[in-house]
Write a protein that binds this ligand. Structure first.
Ligand code: ARG
Ligand code: ZN
Ligand code: CA
Length: 275
């Protein structure tokens, strides 16, 4: 393995004609603030809010500098699709398919204005695509992830949960519990094969990582104390990026989560271009 894996990112800012820097056509600074958060969180840098626990995953992110035609790019792809709000998963998936850059060469990310049935969603991901990963059920680290379609490979969020208010104060952001860019850290965790710490089940279901304690269903740790209940005989690891805590409460990936992400990256159809 290389000592650091650097991943080129393209951010597709999907808008409907607002000036750059207003509403869903988010400013370059807001875009960049999320890249900073990825590097703080995945490399466990000292600037990471809540810095302390967890491991350095050795995965790093940078905005792409060459576009699919070989021309220079900022890695920020602004696309006016003339749609004010994206109200369904189908509408979002269609926009992804229409704008995606080769997912074996770029990690594709999208920001949208969510509305309607998507209003209460912060963001979402799909498991690794191409499904070369399906045979990995025999790997001790990796269960059968299923995997999404390559034409929609990537992570998505509502524009007001993209980036960090701490780093880019001028932006428009959702409620302060989601103001540090950890929605996208969580979603990229899924994209690299991580499950929720509660395994989307009860105490009997795990996430295939021995060092994240089993826990019981969804739990939103919040408030100044970031309370961590005892569940299934363990103190719940509410500071894990793969739980549902407020951004302020999150600060860690574990060693087993790192192992799992690296195993996915090394075995995924994307790997040639991601390393
Ligand atoms: N997919 C989850 C949702 O939309 C993301 C949760 C991220 N949590 C966070 N603190 N940012 O609810
Ligand atoms: Zn999730
Ligand atoms: Ca676990």
């Amino acid at each position: 393995l290389p000592s650091v894996i650097r991943i080129p990112v393209v951010v597709h800012v999907i808008h409907n004609g607002d000036a750059v820097g207003s509403n869903e056509n988010i400013a370059n600074g807001q875009v960049l603030s999320q890249i900073t958060v990825f590097n703080q969180d995945f490399r466990r840098m000292s600037g990471t809010p809540g810095f302390g626990a967890g491991v350095d995953t050795t995965i790093e992110f940078c905005l792409a500098q060459v576009d699919p035609n070989g021309n220079p790019t900022t890695g920020i792809d602004r696309v006016n699709r003339g749609i004010a709000t994206y109200n369904s998963m189908n509408a979002i998936q269609a926009a992804k398919t229409a704008t995606i850059w080769d997912p074996t060469k770029y990690l594709n990310m999208w920001t949208f204005a969510f509305g309607g049935g998507m209003s209460s969603t912060l963001g979402y991901a799909q498991f690794p695509s191409g499904s070369g990963l399906e045979g990995m059920g025999t790997d001790p680290c990796i269960d059968d992830l299923g995997g999404g379609n390559a034409t929609t490979d990537g992570v998505v969020c509502n524009f007001n949960t993209w980036g960090s208010r701490t780093i880019f104060p001028a932006g428009t952001y959702a409620g302060t519990q989601y103001d540090k860019g950890r929605t996208m850290t969580h979603e990229v965790g899924h994209m690299f094969g991580l499950r929720h710490t509660w395994g989307d089940g009860d105490c009997t279901v795990d996430d295939f990582c021995a060092d994240t304690p089993n826990c019981d269903g969804q739990f939103y740790s919040t408030g100044p104390s970031c309370a961590a209940p005892t569940q299934c005989g363990n103190v719940r690891q509410v500071e894990n990026y793969m739980d549902y805590s407020d951004d302020r409460c999150m600060n860690m990936f574990t060693q087993n989560q790192k192992d799992r992400m690296l195993a996915v990256l090394m075995n995924s159809p994307r790997r040639d271009d991601l390393l």
